[in-house]
Ligand binder design. Sequence first.
Ligand code: 6R9
Length: 650
Amino acid sequence: MKQFPISPEFSAQANITPEKYAQIYQESIESPESNEAFWAKRAELIDWIKKPTKIKDVNYDLDNFRIKWYEDGELNVSVNCLDRHLADNPYKPAIIWEGDHPALHKIISFKELHSEVCRLGNAMRKMGVGKGDRVVLYLPMVPEAVVSMLACARIGAIHTVVFGGFSAESLASRIIDSQAKLVITADEGVRGGKYTPLKTNVDKALDVDGTECVERVVVVHRTGNSVPMSGRRDAWYHTLIDNSNEDCPPETMNAEDPLFLLYTSGSTGKPKGVVHTTGGYLTYALSTFRDVFDIKQDDVFWCTADVGWVTGHSYVTYGPLANGTTTVMFEGVPQYPTWARIGQIIDKHDVSILYTAPTAIRAMMKEGDAYVRESNRESLRLLGTVGEPINPEAWDWYHAVVGEGRCPIVDTWWQTETGGILMAPLPNSVDMKPGAAMNPLYGIKPAIVDSEGVQLEGCSTAGNLIITDGWPGQMRTIYGDHKRFLETYYTTYPGSYFTGDGAMRDEEGHYWITGRVDDVLNVSGHRIGTAEIESALVSHPAAAETAIVGMPHELKGQGICAYIILRNGEEDNERLRNELNRHVRAEIGPIANLDAMYIVEALPKTRSGKIMRRILRKLAAGEFDGLGDTSTLADASVVDDLINTVKAAQ
Ligand code: 6R9
């Protein structure tokens, strides 16, 4: 197996050594006492209003289920991200914002960020928003997004960021589920020179029944194009900032008070509101940020994720800022104005650590090396990936071309639910293997189980991935649906957290994530549930029944493949296909693009009526042989018809 050693120049400056990692890891998991001691020490990275005396109370036994971390501690997250850096580093850049257009950038110091957060906090308080109220943020990648998150944290409001690429319908369902009081949005978003009508989408969402909970809408002036403002409900962000003062006493929060909700897709039903807390989440985001990215005082850290995803929460906002690290925020896309943009931004702002998704790496790689070579990238010392498994070719290219062979790559595995990274090759702890998340972080206890739940010991084994103990960043519940939380994560393998991922442990004991084992797709690193797409599709009058499966996709990792049975009288033609695709994109958002569509007469169902997705997945991947056992199908001839349809189209 190909292995890459850490370059000598990186090794010489690294925070840890292989021995140090092994020793700290061992201590962190050795016994319940040493585990608790480890997490108590980690909590010292936080400025507490009241230091916790109770560290951990985790019990996955369903009769007595509890997850509590630092439960008697009190703190304020915005104070940890801002105020505590003001004495020593007031003028250090907190955010380097790079606009969609290359001529546009802004540098915001910790002092300036603090001032704006306090002003917005005061304005929100004046609007009647306070501790425990939910605030939906539907914003582009502008500094105001981070300001809004921190302003919520300052006054104890719970933010829920909705990705700006989601549709008005998706936004409405999140507003309804969270019963938000306030929405913060922008007139328009700009990405790759294209404008998204965010405010108009908010207006549409607020026409939907059930969204009456929203009392006010705050609008960031981004493009200046005119948008309708409704007199009593809507207010301009800049007017509020101008009219507020910067003395905003932070709300004292209990460690277990929620910090944010973030909606993510599961294998069934509507997206669920993952609840993260104040003390545990912040401790975990901050400490994993330091460990995984080998952080130094003068690092310029660039995570390309949108704040609409968990990666943007933990590693654009909370991890870096709580640590006092400069975070780069990019509004645009890698190909605008040209594919040289990522390299140009690295040079322009002296980025030292780049953290991005395999899908972006593949897209850049496809365009050839010349674009990247337009930049010198001398400032870079470490690279990271997240969101999906990285294929070895993309890894090699990222390492050799983007990182010039000198920068290690941390392949970080984690989930919205986990709050922060759970596995990664900590830099300088181990030689890297392209495509492997390698090792658990401190305090994390992974295990691989078979379908019966039996733990598979030793090396060279594969199965489903579970985590057998708790960690401070873990989710506490699904907002408004604790039962679903327990069912989804804690009943499949009693006593453990079920990740929904498959994994392999190789002959040296290193972990490789093999992908979802449930009905969740990972398209360009974004999670989408097949059930969500199916329900969007059948809400179109022409579609009678559908089945969605993932299929291999060169750039996106996974693409969306739809099998559709049309209603009687509907005719299969190009126009209808386009219309169905448009419909799904409008219902969910442009990420839900149907990459392949097969109009079929019937779906392969078992006698009990379950769709045999395994067959549909194989056909979508162009595999027509070895379809496995089809004896439980109600009508096996369906498969031959499907093969003919798919073959004809591929
Ligand atoms: C952080 C994030 C979570 C799912 C997860 C897994 C996949 C994430 C990965 C990875 C292989 C990695 N995933 N990182 N697979 N290697 N380094 O992406 O959260 O959007 O909730 O997605 O993404 O399948 O279960 P989220």
